[in-house]
Design a protein around this ligand. Structure first.
Ligand code: GDP
Ligand code: CA
Length: 317
């Protein structure tokens, strides 16, 4: 007779799409109690509304309403509200916000204006969307990512969406992050964690903005729980998004080894894809324990398979 496995508390550090794909793998495992700690560096204000792209991507993915082909936004959403704003020559209509999506932004903005913290607001939203996991903004304070480009200093969404990530990047900064603090809920999730997973999110745009927040790096590096990160690169290519171009602009190598070295001291082990050649595994092993697993989470089953392998690794140590 097999005994019921104990409940395992897993904390996933996540940006948007890559983070959500990792989180959904753990979310379906009954023995896991999942907390997802999410980047807020992409958050910004549009049409008087607070928009939190990474939190919402995780929310929509875990609740099953996500637009699967995009990996973000709500499935079958329309843009009639945006069409009206465009007709009225309202500014900043380059940011795609669907009608269903706007309902969430309106709710969140009202809650924040009435004095609620983002954490409380997202906790209510997550419950109403039927999430079993805790959805935790890393901070309740705003610490926007600024992109220093050849065309000047741009807010993250101006660079990524309005300018399609084209202007060459000279550097990134996280405004106010050094003065911001992580929430109590995030600190508690780390104190209670059995396993910490850095999702294959963009290290520079999704994970670094969190690490820049006062005390967060120490919270991760001094955690007693085993910590593992997954490479967002498979054979030198990003599954999605601007990571490779960004690394090239910053004259950094677009390799899993370079990403492992970026996380040195922060995690105990680093996962590279099973497709990677032996020399990549050996390169990672210079920095920390290298693990090799299938990391392409193109559907829920693959996300769950990777989550299961990470749990098996956790049990083996
Ligand atoms: P964003 O905020 O929507 O850009 O999402 P994240 O920062 O969370 O994730 C973007 C990164 O996730 C990209 O660098 C992708 O290469 C990586 N990524 C997305 N899906 C997968 C996947 O299935 N497997 C792996 N290994 N990486 C992925
Ligand atoms: Ca993002």
């Amino acid at each position: 007779m097999t005994s019921r496995p104990e409940c395992l508390k897993v904390v996933v550090l996540a940006g948007g799409v890559g983070g959500a794909r990792m989180a959904r793998g753990f979310a379906r495992i009954p023995s896991v109690k999942l907390s997802v700690v999410v980047n807020v560096g992409d958050d910004d204000w549009f049409h008087g509304l607070k928009v939190c792209p990474d939190l919402d991507t995780v929310l929509y993915t875990l609740s099953g309403v996500v637009n699967r082909s995009q990996g973000w936004g709500v499935a079958d959403d329309a843009t009639r509200a945006l069409d009206t704003l465009r007709k009225l020559e309202s500014p900043d209509t380059w940011m795609t916000l669907g009608d269903a999506d706007l309902g969430l932004h309106i709710y969140r903005t009202q809650a924040l204006r009435s004095g609620q913290m983002l954490t409380q607001t997202m906790s209510h939203v997550a419950r109403r969307f039927g999430l079993g996991a805790s959805l935790l903004p890393v901070s309740d304070q705003e610490c926007p990512t600024l992109v220093d480009t050849e065309e000047g200093l741009l807010r993250f969404q101006e660079w990524f969406v309005k300018s399609r990530g084209m202007p060459r990047v000279r550097g990134l900064s996280f405004q106010g992050a050094a003065q911001a603090s992580v929430t109590l809920e995030v600190s508690q999730a780390f104190s209670n964690a059995d396993l910490i997973v850095i999702a294959p999110s963009n290290p520079l745009l999704s994970i670094d903005p969190m690490l820049a927040i006062q005390g967060f790096r120490t919270l991760v590096s001094e955690s007693k729980a085993p910590r593992v990160a997954i490479s967002p690169l498979i054979r030198g290519r990003a599954v999605k998004g601007p990571l490779v171009k960004l690394l090239e602009d910053l004259e950094a190598p677009a390799t899993s080894e370079a990403i492992a070295s970026h996380y040195a001291g922060l995690v105990d082990a680093f996962v590279v894809d099973q497709e990677e050649p032996a020399e990549v595994v050996a390169g990672v092993a210079h920095h920390m324990r290298a693990l090799q697993m299938p990391t392409l989470m193109s559907d829920e089953a693959r996300s769950q398979e990777l989550a299961g392998k990470l749990l098996a690794w956790h049990q083996s140590i």
